[in-house]
Design a protein around this ligand. Structure first.
Ligand code: SDX
Length: 386
């Protein structure tokens, strides 16, 4: 009988394996991607370079970055059949269901004819190619999802724009200001990777069976949809809409806490004195607030943060500043978590490739607390059951 004190619900505090991809350090409130502080990467690098870093372990030189950008451009257009499958998803379904479905189709197409399931995990070259393909394809999937819900026509990509600017172009059909492109690029870098979070660990569990990279990403999309995880950035805007303005924060919090609600955008399983990514994303939000002249957003943001931290000592996570930032950029609230997918697909695929290399099935134990052993001959269905 396992000593039940050994059970770590939610695997809280359990070190499940090693990884060379990122280091989340709550003691120093820091986050390193392959050794680089995420703040430095967000301030200086295009998202394409950070994707390369996560996948290969190194920032790209000029030639490698040019090659990645060329390949990304080859695969950024929304394929007709992917669009057709997205169009089969009900308009009032959650966009994460569109994303999950589109990734599933891309996987089925790419893996067609690849032989037995024994070959599913593929080679290192296969999986880097597949990773780049998903990285390139997701912006058009997310952008088209928002436009179809708004009744707008699809916007084709532009080869003269790099990843972030093109993502905004395909979503809004107009060129974004440089400061908006920069804020968006920073958000993608900050969202890209975060060690063994729930969706990444889901991807690793799937990869640990030597299934394929696409199946691992589909599973990760399902995990990220939840409001305790990626769905929180969308939920932050629902909270802002409920509160309305800064003056309403106190009564709203009284009611929310009385009803034991989780306040979206706050708290974290690993960081307990603030999320290392928040200052960088908050700086980007402040730039957008000034650019769009929205002091009301700053007032509400600051009022909720200061009052909740004072009452509960629970600090904002990345979703708290990113929600209002995406709203100011013009994204629909329902699009926020798909944006998280477009960024985190780089971290997920890096972990899938690392897990394939580890070649170790992930299969924890459980403690049985059901009925003691009993036997069927003792069971006589009640005459009324027949
Ligand atoms: C992400 O893991 C990652 O790295 C995830 C992520 C990534 O980049 O991949 O960082 C992205 O998912 C960020 C988190 C986004 N989720 C939210 O903002 C949803 C709201 N947050 C909470 O649900 C919560 O903070 C969690 C789930 C994020 C973390 O919870 P834990 O570590 O399991 O802690 P807990 O739920 O046990 O909370 C401890 C106490 C509890 O009170 P008691 O029951 O002990 O009295 O703190 C309370 C909780 O009720 N609490 C909150 C709260 N967060 C914790 N109370 C109200 N609102 C909150 N947000």
């Amino acid at each position: 009988m396992t000593d039940t004190t050994d059970i770590k619900k939610g695997l809280a505090g359990v070190v499940a394996d090693v990884t060379a991809i990122s280091k989340v350090n709550p003691e120093t409130n820091s986050l390193l991607y392959r050794g680089y502080p995420v703040q430095e990467l967000a301030a200086t690098q295009p998202f394409e370079a950070v994707a390369h870093l996560l996948w290969t372990g190194e920032l790209p030189d000029a030639v490698a970055l040019a090659d990645l950008r060329a390949t990304e451009r080859e695969h950024r257009a929304l394929a007709d059949e992917v669009r057709a499958v997205i169009d089969l998803v009900p308009l009032d379904a959650h966009p994460m269901d569109e994303v999950r479905t589109a990734v599933s189709l891309l996987g089925a197409q790419d893996l067609a004819g690849s032989g037995s399931v024994l070959a599913a995990s593929g080679s290192a070259e296969d999986n880097l190619r597949r990773s780049i393909r998903l990285f390139a394809a997701l912006p058009a999937i997310v952008a088209y999802g928002q436009r179809r819900r708004r009744g707008q026509e699809m916007v084709a990509p532009r080869d003269d724009l790099d990843y972030a600017a093109n993502f905004l172009w395909m979503t809004f059909g107009e060129e974004a200001d440089d400061l908006v492109v920069d804020a968006f690029n920073r958000s993608m870098i900050l969202y890209a990777e975060h060690s063994f979070n729930a969706s990444t660990f889901t991807a690793r569990v799937i990869a640990s069976t030597l299934s394929d990279l696409y199946s691992a990403v589909v599973g990760a999309v399902g995990a990220l949809k939840g409001p305790l995880h990626g769905g929180a950035n969308e939920a932050v805007l629902h909270v802002f809409d409920e509160i309305g303005e800064a003056a309403n924060v106190s009564p709203w919090l009284d009611d929310a806490l009385e009803n034991k609600r989780k306040i979206m955008g706050f708290g974290h399983r690993v960081y307990k004195r603030g999320d290392s990514r928040v200052p960088t994303m908050k700086a980007a939000l402040d730039t957008l607030i000034e650019h769009y002249e929205r002091p009301d957003v700053a007032e509400l943001y600051d009022a909720l943060e200061s009052e909740f931290v004072a009452r509960k000592g629970i600090y904002p996570n990345l979703d708290y500043p990113s929600g209002p930032a995406y709203a100011l950029m013009g994204f629909d609230t329902l699009t926020f978590t798909p944006l998280f997918v477009a960024a985190r697909v780089t971290g997920w695929t890096a972990h899938v490739m690392e897990q394939f290399g580890a070649n170790a099935l992930i299969r924890p134990l459980s403690e049985y607390v059901g009925p003691a052993e009993r036997h069927v001959e003792g069971y006589v269905p009640d005459a009324a059951d027949v």
